[in-house]
Design a protein around this ligand. Structure first.
Ligand code: 1BN
Ligand code: ZN
Length: 341
């Protein structure tokens, strides 16, 4: 009987002991599940798409795949700088540049020349309208850049060069290059909203004699009082190898929603040249628009690179990757607007 008792109870005791051992693990497992849940709860993206400082964007989301050709953009810089400085003293280079930009714009887009005189200078703004959406959408986004270059390299470290003109690979040609490629992209993949691209003249003779910065855009705004785009982006100096674009001050102050959309696009495109920090207060082609209440932001390299307003502003400091980032971010911005127009 005793043996029989042992035979029956020993397995039960062993089973009980095993249960006690496992139960400890069981507690741990439940604890771990709670921990994971807590981590997940903490890591829910709240607007900025970040989890504990890491990106949580699902791979292959449509916004992430915009094919902007930075290499071709680089060639547009090469062509423009090949014409020489595009400053008022060099009318031939200016004519060649205007005709080059026109030749690159897809035929589906309308081109208007806005000729003006400011402070004794003749200028030409080139206004391209991509109105694929026509009346289907009342949203109109204005993208702008300046196509002129500075007459004097007044920040050159070599004082003997300060009267020489700036070649403007970065300060002039880079913005034009990006907008040309954006125009081609919009032609191939028309958004559901209307887009204008404006190439402004006479942005960059400020503080030379009695001239101001952003004269071309100021003339444009003054002479087109009925022109009221929904929002806009000005790009300037966007090709440097160490590109760094913080949130420009006047843009943050007067067009915060547009700036937030741009930074959301930069985040989606993983464009690390865009820095989520305060930048300088820059007088550029966005200012005349902001003054009449049109929310236009300025995407500009800041602090300015060493080559700024020097004879060193050449293509050797430009990078395909930088052009690519800016192109993708601006296109992402457009297509996001387009997806909820
Ligand atoms: C941008 C590129 N700017 C000139 N070249 C605008 C500017 C205005 C920059 C004032 C600094 C001061
Ligand atoms: Zn400049």
């Amino acid at each position: 009987m005793r043996w029989l008792f042992c035979l029956r109870t020993i397995p039960l005791i062993i089973a009980f002991l095993i249960f006690l051992g496992c139960s400890d693990n069981w507690v741990n497992i439940t604890a771990n599940v709670s921990l994971v849940k807590e981590e997940l709860r903490k890591s829910e993206p709240i607007g900025n798409g970040h989890v504990n400082n890491k990106k949580v964007r699902p791979k292959g989301s449509p916004a992430a795949s915009i094919d902007f050709d930075g290499q071709i953009a680089m060639r547009h810089i090469e062509t423009q700088t090949g014409f020489g400085p595009r400053s008022p003293e060099n009318p031939n280079a200016k004519l060649q540049t205007l005709s080059y930009i026109r030749s690159q714009i897809p035929s589906s887009m309308e081109i208007q020349l806005h000729k003006f005189n400011a402070n004794g200078f003749n200028g030409t703004n080139l206004w391209v309208s991509s109105r694929a959406a026509k009346k289907k959408s009342t949203t109109l986004i204005m993208l702008g850049t300046h196509w002129d270059t500075r007459s004097q390299a007044d920040r050159d470290t070599d004082i003997t060069k300060r009267n020489m003109p700036v070649l403007g690979a970065n300060d002039g040609a880079s913005g034009v290059a990006v907008l040309i490629e954006i125009a081609k992209h919009l032609h191939k993949q028309p958004p559901e909203i209307n887009v204008d691209l404006i190439f402004f003249d006479l942005e960059d003779i400020g503080n030379i004699g009695k001239n101001a910065y952003a004269m071309g855009s100021r003339e444009f705004v003054e002479e087109h009082p009925k022109y009221r785009p929904t929002a806009g982006i000005i790009i300037d100096m966007v090709c440097d190898k160490n590109l760094r674009i913080p949130r420009e001050h006047y843009s943050s102050l007067s067009a915060p929603e547009v700036l937030s959309r741009v930074w959301a696009s930069a985040d989606r495109q993983e464009a690390n040249a865009f820095k989520d920090i305060r930048g300088g207060a820059i007088i550029d082609d966005h200012i005349p628009f902001l003054e009449v209440g049109i929310p236009v932001v300025n995407l500009i390299h800041f602090p300015f690179p060493k080559s700024w307003h020097t004879t060193n502003d050449t293509i050797k400091f430009c990078s395909v990757t930088s052009l690519d980032q800016v192109g993708r971010v601006v296109l992402d911005f457009i297509y996001q607007y387009s997806s909820n127009y």
